[in-house]
Write a protein that binds this ligand. Structure first.
Ligand code: CMC
Length: 448
C-alpha cells in the first residue's frame, strides 16, 4: 500500500460527519481483544487517549513512539500553513508569493505576530518602535571584543542574544502583554545590530551604529558595509532582495528551531533565553546552517564537469546534496522558486556568481534522476540563498545569521502562541526505557 502524505491543515469537523459517519477511530488491542473508540478532532487522535489501552492494572498504558516528531502534532497553530505535496506556504492565510511580491519584512513580521495585516498607522507605529529599539548596550561590544577574530558569527549571535536577558530582567514577566510587546520590539530591533556587530568584529572593523532613516534591511546593510562615507545609501536592488529573503525566512511552522523556542519557552524562561536556544537549533547544518554547507559543497565540486561524480557519491550515501530535501516539502519548496528569481536580480547588479552553473547542473541532474525523484527531493530554501549572499559580499559564516534575523518574528509568534494556549504545559516527552534493569552497585576493587 502506498502511504499517504499527511496534510498539515486538518479538517475542521468534529463529532458526527455529514454522511452520518462517526469521527472516531476504533482500535482493537489484540493482546486483550478489547476495542476502544478514540475521538478524532481536527484530523488527529489525542495521544493521551491511548493511555486507556492497557493489558492490566499495572500496565502504564499505550504510548505512541515517534522519534523526531515525524507524525506528531505538538500544538494547534494559526501562524504558518504548509502543504508539502503541493509546495504551498502561507503566513496567516496569505500566500508567500504575494507577500514576497507586495509586502515588506516589517509588514510581514507584523502580520505573523498579530494575525492581520496592519493599517497604515499600525505599520508606522510598528516600524517606529522596531527602529527605536535597534541600539544595544555598550557592554555587549565588550563581550564581542573577547571573541577570537575568526569566531563563527552564529556562536557570537547565540551568546549575545542570551546576554540580552541579563540587560532586560523585565523580560521575565512573560504573562504581561506589555512586557511581551517590549521584548518583541527589542528582539526584532536588535537582531540585525548583534549580527552586524559580530560581522564587523570578525573583520576587525569599527562597529557602525544604526541609522534610523533607513529601512530595516537598508539599516542592516549600513551596519555591515559602511566605511568612510558620511551617509550610507544601500543599493535599492540589494536592499529589496534582502527584504524579500527576510520575508521568505520569517516563519515555517514547527521546524527544529521553532520547536526549540516553544520547548524552552514552555519552562517559562524569558524570550531572550528561548530565542538563543532557537538560534542554536538553527545553527545546525541540517537546518539554517545548510545554506553555508551548500556553498562549501559547490566549491568542493568545483566545476560543472565534476557534478555527475558528486551526484554518484550522493547516491551511494557517502554525502548529501545540501540544499535538497525537506521533512515537509515533497515538491519544489515555494521559497526556492522565488529565491531563484531574486538571484538573477542580484547577479544583474553584482555580476553572475561563478558557482551558479554548478548549482543549476546539480538541480538539472537531480530533478531527472530516479534517486531524487523517487524520494521527492527538491531544492529547498537554502539551495540558492548562499549564491545570493555570496554575491552580495557576505562571507559564508554569515549565511545562517541571515536566516536567524528574519526568523526571529516567527519564533516570537510561536512562543507567544504557546504561552497563551491553555492546552500547553512544560514540554516533556515520554521515553521507552530499554536500559539495564535494577542491579547492585559494584565496588571499584571488584570491577574487572
Ligand atoms: N541528499 C541526498 N539524500 C537525501 C537528502 C539529500 N539532501 N535528503 C534526504 N535524502 C534521502 C535520505 O538519505 C533518505 O533516503 P533513504 O530513504 O534511502 O534512507 C530519504 O532521502 C529521506 O531522508 P530523511 O533524512 O529521512 O528525511 P528527513 O525528513 O529526516 O530530513 C532534511 C530532511 C532536510 C534534514 C534532509 O533532506 C537533509 O539532510 N537535507 C540536506 C540539508 C538541508 O538542505 N537542510 C535544509 C532544510 S530547509 C531549511 C530549513 O527549514 O531548515
Amino acid at each position: 500500500m502506498t502511504p499517504v502524505q499527511p496534510k498539515t491543515q486538518a479538517p475542521q469537523s468534529q463529532g458526527t460527519g455529514s454522511a452520518g459517519r462517526r469521527d472516531s477511530l476504533s482500535v482493537t488491542d489484540n493482546r486483550t481483544g478489547k476495542t476502544y473508540e478514540l475521538p478524532i478532532t481536527n484530523g488527529a487522535i489525542h495521544a493521551t487517549d491511548l493511555r486507556q489501552i492497557k493489558t492490566g492494572p499495572d500496565d502504564f498504558g499505550m504510548m505512541s513512539y515517534d522519534p523526531a516528531f515525524n507524525n506528531t502534532a505538538a500544538c494547534i497553530s494559526r501562524i504558518s500553513f504548509i502543504d508539502g505535496d503541493k509546495g504551498i506556504l502561507r503566513y496567516r492565510g496569505y500566500p508567500i508569493e504575494a507577500l514576497a511580491e507586495k509586502s515588506t519584512y516589517l509588514e510581514t513580521a507584523y502580520l505573523i505576530l498579530h494575525g492581520e495585516l496592519p493599517t497604515e498607522k499600525q505599520l508606522n507605529d510598528w516600524a517606529y518602535h522596531i527602529t527605536h529599539h535597534t541600539f544595544i548596550h555598550e557592554s555587549i561590544k565588550k563581550f564581542l571584543d573577547g571573541y577570537h577574530y575568526d569566531a563563527h558569527p552564529m556562536g557570537m549571535l547565540i551568546s549575545t542574544i542570551a546576554a540580552l536577558s541579563t540587560f532586560y530582567p523585565d523580560a521575565k514577566d512573560i504573562f504581561n502583554e506589555e512586557s511581551r510587546r517590549k521584548q518583541t520590539y527589542r528582539l526584532i530591533g536588535k537582531m540585525p545590530t548583534l549580527a552586524a556587530f559580530a560581522y564587523r568584529h570578525s573583520l576587525g572593523m569599527p562597529y557602525v551604529y544604526p541609522d534610523n532613516e533607513l529601512s530595516y534591511p537598508g539599516n542592516f546593510l549600513n551596519m555591515l558595509f559602511k566605511t568612510t562615507e558620511l551617509k550610507y545609501r544601500p543599493n535599492p536592488t540589494l536592499e529589496r532582495a534582502l527584504d524579500i529573503l527576510f520575508i521568505l525566512h520569517a516563519d515555517h511552522e514547527q521546524n527544529c528551531s521553532a520547536n526549540a523556542m516553544r520547548s524552552v519557552g514552555s519552562s517559562h524562561a524569558d524570550p531572550f533565553s528561548a530565542a538563543a536556544a532557537a538560534t542554536a537549533a538553527l545553527y545546525g547544518p541540517l537546518h539554517g546552517g545548510a545554506n553555508e554547507e551548500v556553498l562549501r559543497m559547490l566549491m568542493q565540486i568545483g566545476s560543472v564537469a565534476n557534478v555527475p561524480a558528486y551526484i554518484k557519491r550522493v547516491k551511494s550515501g557517502e554525502v548529501r546534496l545540501m540544499g535538497f530535501g525537506h521533512r515537509i516539502y515533497k515538491n519544489y519548496d515555494p521559497r526556492a522558486r522565488i529565491i531563484k528569481h531574486v538571484a538573477y536580480e542580484v547577479f544583474d547588479v553584482m555580476g553572475k556568481n561563478p558557482l551558479l552553473e554548478i548549482a543549476l547542473e546539480c538541480e538539472r541532474i537531480a530533478l531527472e534522476d530516479d534517486y531524487f525523484v523517487s524520494r521527492k527531493l527538491y531544492p529547498n530554501v537554502d539551495f540558492y540563498t548562499g549564491l545570493i549572499y555570496q554575491s552580495m559580499g557576505f562571507p559564508m559564516t554569515m549565511f545562517p545569521v541571515l536566516f536567524a534575523i528574519p526568523r526571529t518574528s516567527g519564533w516570537i509568534a510561536q512562543w507567544q502562541e504557546m504561552l497563551l494556549d491553555p492546552e500547553q504545559k512544560i514540554a516533556r516527552p515520554r521515553q521507552i526505557y530499554l536500559g539495564a534493569d535494577e542491579r547492585p552497585y559494584i565496588p571499584l576493587v571488584n570491577r574487572g
